[in-house]
Design a protein around this ligand. Structure first.
Ligand SMILES: [Fe+2]
Ligand SMILES: [Fe+2]
Length: 394
Protein backbone atom coordinates (compact mmCIF):
# COMPACT_ATOMS: atom_id res chain seq x y z
CA UNK A 1 0.00 0.00 0.00
CA UNK A 2 1.08 3.52 -0.68
CA UNK A 3 1.42 6.24 1.96
CA UNK A 4 0.20 9.15 -0.10
CA UNK A 5 -1.32 9.82 -3.48
CA UNK A 6 0.45 12.74 -5.09
CA UNK A 7 -0.48 14.57 -8.29
CA UNK A 8 2.28 16.09 -10.40
CA UNK A 9 1.25 18.98 -12.57
CA UNK A 10 4.00 20.40 -14.76
CA UNK A 11 3.98 23.63 -16.69
CA UNK A 12 5.61 26.97 -17.31
CA UNK A 13 2.81 28.74 -15.40
CA UNK A 14 3.49 31.98 -17.21
CA UNK A 15 1.22 32.96 -15.57
CA UNK A 16 -0.69 30.47 -13.43
CA UNK A 17 -4.45 31.00 -13.90
CA UNK A 18 -7.80 29.71 -12.62
CA UNK A 19 -7.84 27.02 -15.33
CA UNK A 20 -4.74 25.38 -13.80
CA UNK A 21 -6.07 25.57 -10.27
CA UNK A 22 -9.50 24.22 -11.20
CA UNK A 23 -7.93 21.25 -13.01
CA UNK A 24 -5.64 20.44 -10.07
CA UNK A 25 -8.49 20.63 -7.57
CA UNK A 26 -10.87 18.56 -9.70
CA UNK A 27 -8.29 15.82 -10.39
CA UNK A 28 -7.34 15.83 -6.70
CA UNK A 29 -10.99 15.32 -5.75
CA UNK A 30 -11.75 12.69 -8.39
CA UNK A 31 -8.67 10.55 -7.72
CA UNK A 32 -8.60 11.17 -3.96
CA UNK A 33 -5.11 12.70 -4.07
CA UNK A 34 -3.52 14.03 -0.88
CA UNK A 35 -1.71 16.79 -2.68
CA UNK A 36 -0.80 18.18 -6.08
CA UNK A 37 2.66 19.56 -6.85
CA UNK A 38 2.83 22.30 -9.47
CA UNK A 39 6.27 21.64 -10.93
CA UNK A 40 7.37 24.92 -12.45
CA UNK A 41 9.42 24.30 -15.58
CA UNK A 42 12.97 25.63 -15.85
CA UNK A 43 13.31 25.21 -19.59
CA UNK A 44 10.80 22.73 -20.99
CA UNK A 45 11.64 20.78 -24.16
CA UNK A 46 8.19 21.28 -25.72
CA UNK A 47 7.89 25.05 -25.50
CA UNK A 48 10.17 27.90 -26.40
CA UNK A 49 10.40 30.27 -23.44
CA UNK A 50 12.73 32.83 -24.99
CA UNK A 51 11.67 36.28 -23.93
CA UNK A 52 9.34 34.92 -21.29
CA UNK A 53 9.30 35.40 -17.55
CA UNK A 54 12.29 34.04 -15.63
CA UNK A 55 11.81 30.73 -13.84
CA UNK A 56 12.31 32.25 -10.40
CA UNK A 57 9.59 34.84 -10.99
CA UNK A 58 7.21 32.14 -12.28
CA UNK A 59 7.99 30.01 -9.23
CA UNK A 60 7.32 32.85 -6.80
CA UNK A 61 4.11 33.78 -8.63
CA UNK A 62 2.92 30.16 -8.44
CA UNK A 63 3.80 29.92 -4.74
CA UNK A 64 1.85 33.07 -3.98
CA UNK A 65 -1.15 31.96 -6.03
CA UNK A 66 -1.31 28.62 -4.18
CA UNK A 67 -0.63 29.99 -0.70
CA UNK A 68 -4.23 29.57 0.43
CA UNK A 69 -5.12 26.50 -1.62
CA UNK A 70 -5.45 23.36 0.43
CA UNK A 71 -3.10 20.59 -0.73
CA UNK A 72 -1.73 22.46 -3.76
CA UNK A 73 1.98 23.32 -3.69
CA UNK A 74 4.59 24.83 -5.99
CA UNK A 75 7.70 22.75 -6.58
CA UNK A 76 11.10 24.13 -7.61
CA UNK A 77 12.64 20.76 -8.42
CA UNK A 78 13.06 21.36 -12.15
CA UNK A 79 14.36 24.86 -11.56
CA UNK A 80 16.80 23.60 -8.93
CA UNK A 81 18.06 20.98 -11.38
CA UNK A 82 18.35 23.62 -14.09
CA UNK A 83 18.75 23.25 -17.83
CA UNK A 84 16.45 21.29 -20.10
CA UNK A 85 14.14 19.15 -18.01
CA UNK A 86 12.49 15.96 -19.18
CA UNK A 87 9.38 14.70 -17.46
CA UNK A 88 10.98 11.28 -16.97
CA UNK A 89 13.84 12.84 -14.98
CA UNK A 90 11.47 14.81 -12.77
CA UNK A 91 9.29 11.79 -12.06
CA UNK A 92 12.30 9.51 -11.41
CA UNK A 93 13.68 12.03 -8.95
CA UNK A 94 10.31 12.22 -7.19
CA UNK A 95 9.97 8.45 -7.11
CA UNK A 96 13.42 8.13 -5.54
CA UNK A 97 12.62 10.82 -2.98
CA UNK A 98 9.24 9.35 -2.03
CA UNK A 99 9.22 5.62 -2.83
CA UNK A 100 6.20 5.03 -0.59
CA UNK A 101 3.96 7.40 -2.53
CA UNK A 102 1.79 6.76 -5.56
CA UNK A 103 2.41 9.37 -8.25
CA UNK A 104 -0.11 10.65 -10.80
CA UNK A 105 1.17 12.76 -13.65
CA UNK A 106 -1.60 15.18 -14.67
CA UNK A 107 -1.69 16.05 -18.35
CA UNK A 108 -3.94 17.78 -20.85
CA UNK A 109 -5.64 16.03 -23.77
CA UNK A 110 -3.21 17.43 -26.35
CA UNK A 111 -0.23 16.30 -24.28
CA UNK A 112 -1.65 12.79 -24.11
CA UNK A 113 -2.04 12.77 -27.89
CA UNK A 114 1.67 13.49 -28.37
CA UNK A 115 2.84 11.34 -25.44
CA UNK A 116 4.41 8.60 -27.57
CA UNK A 117 6.86 11.17 -29.00
CA UNK A 118 8.06 12.24 -25.55
CA UNK A 119 11.47 11.29 -24.23
CA UNK A 120 11.30 7.78 -22.67
CA UNK A 121 7.52 7.37 -22.31
CA UNK A 122 7.94 3.90 -20.76
CA UNK A 123 10.19 5.41 -18.08
CA UNK A 124 7.48 7.94 -17.23
CA UNK A 125 4.90 5.17 -16.90
CA UNK A 126 7.20 3.19 -14.59
CA UNK A 127 7.24 6.10 -12.13
CA UNK A 128 3.69 7.40 -12.36
CA UNK A 129 0.19 6.80 -13.58
CA UNK A 130 -0.99 9.28 -16.17
CA UNK A 131 -4.14 11.25 -15.33
CA UNK A 132 -5.53 12.86 -18.47
CA UNK A 133 -7.81 15.87 -18.41
CA UNK A 134 -10.41 16.12 -21.16
CA UNK A 135 -11.31 18.78 -23.58
CA UNK A 136 -15.04 19.00 -24.14
CA UNK A 137 -16.49 16.20 -26.23
CA UNK A 138 -13.27 14.22 -26.60
CA UNK A 139 -13.69 11.51 -24.00
CA UNK A 140 -13.92 8.64 -26.50
CA UNK A 141 -10.88 9.76 -28.52
CA UNK A 142 -8.89 10.09 -25.32
CA UNK A 143 -9.82 6.60 -24.15
CA UNK A 144 -8.55 5.18 -27.46
CA UNK A 145 -5.28 7.10 -27.07
CA UNK A 146 -4.98 5.92 -23.47
CA UNK A 147 -5.47 2.28 -24.52
CA UNK A 148 -2.84 2.61 -27.24
CA UNK A 149 -0.33 4.06 -24.77
CA UNK A 150 -0.92 1.26 -22.25
CA UNK A 151 -0.59 -1.33 -25.02
CA UNK A 152 2.67 0.16 -26.36
CA UNK A 153 4.39 1.21 -23.15
CA UNK A 154 2.64 -0.53 -20.23
CA UNK A 155 1.62 1.27 -17.06
CA UNK A 156 -1.69 2.96 -16.28
CA UNK A 157 -3.43 5.83 -18.06
CA UNK A 158 -6.56 7.23 -16.43
CA UNK A 159 -8.92 9.39 -18.47
CA UNK A 160 -10.51 11.54 -15.78
CA UNK A 161 -13.93 13.19 -15.98
CA UNK A 162 -12.27 16.53 -15.45
CA UNK A 163 -12.75 18.91 -18.33
CA UNK A 164 -10.28 21.79 -18.58
CA UNK A 165 -11.68 25.25 -19.13
CA UNK A 166 -10.76 27.11 -22.32
CA UNK A 167 -8.27 29.48 -20.83
CA UNK A 168 -4.65 30.04 -21.77
CA UNK A 169 -1.67 31.81 -20.29
CA UNK A 170 -0.97 33.32 -23.72
CA UNK A 171 -4.36 34.99 -23.63
CA UNK A 172 -3.73 36.35 -20.12
CA UNK A 173 -0.35 37.77 -21.16
CA UNK A 174 -1.95 39.43 -24.15
CA UNK A 175 -4.64 40.96 -21.94
CA UNK A 176 -2.04 42.47 -19.62
CA UNK A 177 -0.20 43.85 -22.65
CA UNK A 178 -3.44 45.34 -23.98
CA UNK A 179 -4.42 46.84 -20.59
CA UNK A 180 -7.40 44.53 -20.13
CA UNK A 181 -8.08 43.42 -16.52
CA UNK A 182 -7.18 39.83 -15.64
CA UNK A 183 -8.75 39.43 -12.20
CA UNK A 184 -11.46 37.18 -13.68
CA UNK A 185 -8.81 34.69 -14.84
CA UNK A 186 -5.87 34.92 -12.46
CA UNK A 187 -5.77 34.46 -8.64
CA UNK A 188 -5.50 37.75 -6.76
CA UNK A 189 -1.97 37.10 -5.43
CA UNK A 190 -0.68 36.21 -8.89
CA UNK A 191 -2.42 39.25 -10.36
CA UNK A 192 -0.71 41.57 -7.87
CA UNK A 193 2.60 39.82 -8.56
CA UNK A 194 2.19 40.50 -12.29
CA UNK A 195 1.58 44.21 -11.71
CA UNK A 196 4.29 44.56 -9.05
CA UNK A 197 6.83 43.08 -11.44
CA UNK A 198 5.31 44.62 -14.57
CA UNK A 199 5.19 41.27 -16.32
CA UNK A 200 3.89 41.13 -19.92
CA UNK A 201 3.81 44.93 -20.27
CA UNK A 202 4.95 46.94 -23.30
CA UNK A 203 8.64 47.79 -23.38
CA UNK A 204 8.12 51.56 -23.19
CA UNK A 205 6.36 51.19 -19.84
CA UNK A 206 9.22 49.10 -18.48
CA UNK A 207 11.62 51.89 -19.38
CA UNK A 208 9.47 54.41 -17.51
CA UNK A 209 9.37 52.09 -14.51
CA UNK A 210 13.18 51.84 -14.49
CA UNK A 211 13.43 55.61 -14.40
CA UNK A 212 10.88 55.84 -11.61
CA UNK A 213 12.82 53.21 -9.65
CA UNK A 214 15.86 55.51 -9.65
CA UNK A 215 14.02 58.24 -7.77
CA UNK A 216 11.12 56.74 -5.81
CA UNK A 217 11.52 54.62 -2.70
CA UNK A 218 10.38 51.00 -2.87
CA UNK A 219 7.00 51.57 -1.24
CA UNK A 220 6.16 54.51 -3.52
CA UNK A 221 7.14 52.52 -6.59
CA UNK A 222 5.00 49.58 -5.47
CA UNK A 223 2.12 51.99 -4.87
CA UNK A 224 2.51 53.34 -8.42
CA UNK A 225 2.55 49.85 -9.94
CA UNK A 226 -0.56 48.80 -8.05
CA UNK A 227 -2.28 52.07 -8.89
CA UNK A 228 -1.82 50.85 -12.47
CA UNK A 229 -3.74 47.68 -11.58
CA UNK A 230 -6.60 49.63 -10.04
CA UNK A 231 -6.71 52.24 -12.81
CA UNK A 232 -6.90 49.60 -15.55
CA UNK A 233 -9.80 47.89 -13.78
CA UNK A 234 -11.66 51.12 -13.08
CA UNK A 235 -11.19 52.52 -16.59
CA UNK A 236 -12.30 49.20 -18.07
CA UNK A 237 -15.37 49.09 -15.87
CA UNK A 238 -16.37 52.63 -16.78
CA UNK A 239 -15.65 52.25 -20.50
CA UNK A 240 -12.64 54.61 -20.58
CA UNK A 241 -9.26 54.28 -22.30
CA UNK A 242 -7.43 51.66 -20.24
CA UNK A 243 -4.03 52.14 -21.89
CA UNK A 244 -4.12 55.81 -21.14
CA UNK A 245 -5.21 55.09 -17.56
CA UNK A 246 -2.30 52.66 -17.20
CA UNK A 247 0.29 55.17 -18.37
CA UNK A 248 -1.20 57.92 -16.22
CA UNK A 249 -1.30 55.72 -13.11
CA UNK A 250 2.30 54.65 -13.65
CA UNK A 251 3.66 58.20 -13.71
CA UNK A 252 1.16 59.93 -11.40
CA UNK A 253 3.63 60.12 -8.49
CA UNK A 254 6.76 60.68 -10.60
CA UNK A 255 7.46 63.92 -8.70
CA UNK A 256 6.74 62.57 -5.22
CA UNK A 257 10.09 63.59 -3.76
CA UNK A 258 11.06 65.18 -0.48
CA UNK A 259 13.48 67.71 0.95
CA UNK A 260 16.55 68.53 -1.07
CA UNK A 261 15.62 66.12 -3.87
CA UNK A 262 12.28 67.89 -4.33
CA UNK A 263 13.89 71.34 -4.28
CA UNK A 264 16.48 70.47 -6.88
CA UNK A 265 13.88 68.74 -9.06
CA UNK A 266 11.66 71.84 -9.01
CA UNK A 267 14.68 73.93 -9.96
CA UNK A 268 15.62 71.55 -12.75
CA UNK A 269 12.15 71.77 -14.30
CA UNK A 270 11.82 75.52 -13.66
CA UNK A 271 8.81 74.94 -11.41
CA UNK A 272 7.76 77.63 -8.93
CA UNK A 273 5.36 76.44 -6.22
CA UNK A 274 2.54 78.73 -5.12
CA UNK A 275 2.29 79.99 -1.56
CA UNK A 276 -0.52 77.53 -0.98
CA UNK A 277 1.54 74.63 -2.29
CA UNK A 278 4.33 75.68 0.09
CA UNK A 279 1.82 75.66 2.94
CA UNK A 280 0.67 72.12 2.02
CA UNK A 281 3.89 70.62 0.61
CA UNK A 282 2.33 67.20 -0.04
CA UNK A 283 0.32 68.81 -2.86
CA UNK A 284 3.39 70.04 -4.79
CA UNK A 285 3.95 66.73 -6.55
CA UNK A 286 0.58 66.88 -8.34
CA UNK A 287 1.21 69.98 -10.46
CA UNK A 288 4.95 69.28 -10.56
CA UNK A 289 4.19 65.70 -11.63
CA UNK A 290 2.16 66.90 -14.61
CA UNK A 291 5.07 69.10 -15.68
CA UNK A 292 7.54 66.25 -15.18
CA UNK A 293 5.32 63.84 -17.15
CA UNK A 294 5.46 66.28 -20.04
CA UNK A 295 9.10 67.32 -19.88
CA UNK A 296 10.71 64.09 -18.76
CA UNK A 297 8.48 61.40 -20.15
CA UNK A 298 7.26 63.25 -23.22
CA UNK A 299 3.58 62.80 -22.36
CA UNK A 300 1.45 65.46 -24.05
CA UNK A 301 -2.02 63.95 -23.69
CA UNK A 302 -4.16 66.56 -21.95
CA UNK A 303 -6.35 64.05 -20.15
CA UNK A 304 -3.32 62.35 -18.63
CA UNK A 305 -1.69 65.60 -17.55
CA UNK A 306 -4.97 66.84 -16.06
CA UNK A 307 -5.50 63.64 -14.08
CA UNK A 308 -1.98 63.83 -12.64
CA UNK A 309 -2.55 67.46 -11.65
CA UNK A 310 -5.82 66.58 -9.93
CA UNK A 311 -4.97 63.23 -8.37
CA UNK A 312 -4.18 64.57 -4.89
CA UNK A 313 -6.96 67.04 -4.14
CA UNK A 314 -9.41 66.45 -6.94
CA UNK A 315 -11.16 69.48 -8.39
CA UNK A 316 -14.65 70.89 -8.85
CA UNK A 317 -14.85 69.82 -12.48
CA UNK A 318 -13.25 66.40 -12.52
CA UNK A 319 -13.80 64.29 -15.61
CA UNK A 320 -14.52 60.55 -15.35
CA UNK A 321 -10.87 59.97 -16.36
CA UNK A 322 -9.61 62.27 -13.58
CA UNK A 323 -11.78 60.32 -11.17
CA UNK A 324 -10.34 56.98 -12.26
CA UNK A 325 -6.82 58.12 -11.41
CA UNK A 326 -7.93 59.87 -8.20
CA UNK A 327 -9.71 56.72 -7.01
CA UNK A 328 -7.08 54.25 -8.19
CA UNK A 329 -4.48 56.22 -6.22
CA UNK A 330 -6.60 56.12 -3.05
CA UNK A 331 -7.91 52.58 -3.31
CA UNK A 332 -5.09 50.44 -4.76
CA UNK A 333 -4.42 47.13 -2.96
CA UNK A 334 -1.62 48.31 -0.64
CA UNK A 335 -3.84 51.02 0.84
CA UNK A 336 -5.38 50.04 4.13
CA UNK A 337 -7.78 52.04 6.19
CA UNK A 338 -11.17 51.72 7.78
CA UNK A 339 -14.06 51.49 5.29
CA UNK A 340 -11.76 50.90 2.29
CA UNK A 341 -13.57 47.73 1.22
CA UNK A 342 -16.86 49.63 0.91
CA UNK A 343 -15.15 52.50 -0.91
CA UNK A 344 -13.57 50.09 -3.40
CA UNK A 345 -16.94 48.57 -4.10
CA UNK A 346 -18.51 52.00 -4.58
CA UNK A 347 -15.74 53.06 -7.00
CA UNK A 348 -16.84 50.30 -9.37
CA UNK A 349 -20.50 51.30 -9.29
CA UNK A 350 -20.61 55.08 -8.82
CA UNK A 351 -17.40 57.05 -9.31
CA UNK A 352 -18.77 60.44 -8.24
CA UNK A 353 -20.14 59.02 -5.01
CA UNK A 354 -16.84 57.18 -4.42
CA UNK A 355 -14.78 60.36 -4.85
CA UNK A 356 -17.09 62.17 -2.43
CA UNK A 357 -16.89 59.30 0.06
CA UNK A 358 -13.08 59.15 -0.14
CA UNK A 359 -12.88 62.91 0.50
CA UNK A 360 -15.29 62.75 3.46
CA UNK A 361 -13.22 59.93 4.84
CA UNK A 362 -9.99 61.96 4.49
CA UNK A 363 -11.58 64.98 6.16
CA UNK A 364 -12.76 62.86 9.09
CA UNK A 365 -9.33 61.26 9.39
CA UNK A 366 -7.45 64.57 9.33
CA UNK A 367 -9.87 66.11 11.85
CA UNK A 368 -9.45 63.19 14.23
CA UNK A 369 -5.69 63.70 14.12
CA UNK A 370 -5.95 67.47 14.25
CA UNK A 371 -4.22 67.68 10.88
CA UNK A 372 -4.91 70.60 8.53
CA UNK A 373 -7.38 70.11 5.70
CA UNK A 374 -6.65 71.66 2.33
CA UNK A 375 -9.43 74.08 1.25
CA UNK A 376 -9.61 72.52 -2.23
CA UNK A 377 -10.72 69.29 -0.60
CA UNK A 378 -13.96 71.00 0.42
CA UNK A 379 -14.35 72.61 -3.01
CA UNK A 380 -14.15 69.24 -4.75
CA UNK A 381 -16.68 67.74 -2.37
CA UNK A 382 -19.11 70.66 -2.65
CA UNK A 383 -18.95 70.58 -6.45
CA UNK A 384 -19.87 66.91 -6.50
CA UNK A 385 -22.67 67.53 -4.02
CA UNK A 386 -23.99 70.42 -6.14
CA UNK A 387 -24.28 68.20 -9.17
CA UNK A 388 -26.07 65.64 -7.05
CA UNK A 389 -23.48 62.89 -7.32
CA UNK A 390 -22.16 62.73 -3.78
CA UNK A 391 -24.29 59.78 -2.68
CA UNK A 392 -24.74 58.70 0.90
CA UNK A 393 -22.42 59.17 3.85
CA UNK A 394 -20.25 56.06 3.99
FE1 LIG B 1 0.30 61.37 -5.22
FE1 LIG C 1 -0.18 58.10 -5.47
Amino acid sequence: MYDMKVGIYGGTFDPIHFGHIEIAKAVKAELGLDSVLFVVAADPPHKDITGRTSALLRLEMTERALKNEDGLFASDMEIARGGVSYTVETLSELKRARPQDELFFIMGADMLASFSTWYRPEGILECAKLAAVQRSGQAEDLKAIADAIMRDFGGTVIVTNVCGRELSSTEVRQSVYDAVPIDDRVPYEAELFIYRNMLYMPEELLLIKDRLAERLDEARLEHSLLTVREAVRLAYKHGLDTKKARLCALVHDCAKLRGAALESYMKLLGFVPTAEERKYPFTIHARLGALAAKKEFGITDREILSAIRRHTLGSGDMTPFDEVIFLADKLEPTREYRKIAALRELAYTDQDAAVAAVIRNNIAYNKSRKMPIHPSTYETLEAIERRGGAGQEQ
